[in-house]
Design a protein around this ligand. Sequence first.
Ligand SMILES: [Fe+2]
Ligand SMILES: [Fe+2]
Length: 424
Amino acid sequence: MRKEINRLIYVLSVLAIALSTYVIKSYPFRAGLTDVLIFFALALILEAFPVEIPGRQIALSMGFIVSYAGILLFGAPIGILLNGLGSISPEELNFKSHDPRRFIFNRANLMICAGLSGLMYEILKGPSLDFGWRYFLVALSVALIYWFSNVTLLSLAISIDKGRGFIGTWVYYISNISIITYLLHFFLALVIAQSYKLLGPIVMPIYIVPVFIARYLFILASEVSRTYDQAISTLIKLLGVFDSYTSNHSLRVAQLSEDIAREMGLSEVQVERIRNAALLHDLGKIGLPLNILNKPDKLTREEWLQIYRHPIIGADISKEVSRFKEVPLWIRHHHERYNGNGYPDNLKGEEIPLESRIIACADAFDAITTDRPYSRRRGIEEAKAELSRSMGTQLDPKVVSALFRVLEKNSSLYDDNQKIVKEK
Ligand SMILES: [Fe+2]
Ligand SMILES: [Fe+2]
């Protein structure tokens, strides 16, 4: 992957330089030195306070608002410089902790986005553009071009870096960096551009207030997701204090379910939900006596009755801690069997949600390949043989086949399944 990502960064850098040179040579700078200094200062201030979207390795910067307002006010060349250079954050310059390739990629990405949207602005605006409907439509198309090219370039880099499908990654980013957020930025940028045009730099400090209010609202929304995710990791840790096997098992099953779901071509949005459900799937075991969970001998009927309740209890708890409304249902059905002999509802075949069938398959593989009080762990080949026998009875054959493909691709990782928790 390293070679491909280097190649991508190289191609994007060449493209960014060519596009910037073309735009800067073709269109005039319509800004004085004071305008440039004010906008650069504002862009750099905002860039120093990015908003992180929890759990998704995405940080949205509000600097886009300034660069975009810059395009509308001063034209494409200033927009490119503001977006490419005004977007440098102090963190990015710390090359000891940040890969310099990321710095180059960000510059190329942002200059291409500003270059394409700036070019669009210059072409659409024609000889003159007064404030009104035409101005609004031109501004909107410029924002949409920016949004589209930014998501596309980010998805391209992530899909190459992580070896994932481009379309799935693109859809994931589209759904996480919502168009509503972009539209909010878009309106703020319009307000900034118009009031700057009318009133000049004197009112510039006032612009910071609505921009920071927008940032604050966005942080509040992000905090909700972060709180949910923290609740889940706290519960997994709590489970670990009570029963370390089940806690580590949950982490491994989450990883494998994620890999199977991706292998089956599910979208990144679905993959994230399945991971969430898999992490919580055995939470209902909290409170079960350890002598039942770790019993080396056969369980009695009463003991089985207690075990049977864990998907129902887990589904109930997950209603409170998962931010996805489907997760409790998937947890409830993770012990259904493909032939209808599972519990708690004896669902059969496709009646069982696909997500539950994926978790069931990852669960079975993990149970076979790890040491339990009642059985020694077995190697991948033995596990595959046993899972093959379960196809169509306990497990969905399509899901088992997907698991086999995952194992082939990641044989070294799953060779010793116990390691995954430590390594991934
Ligand atoms: Fe379970
Ligand atoms: Fe389990």
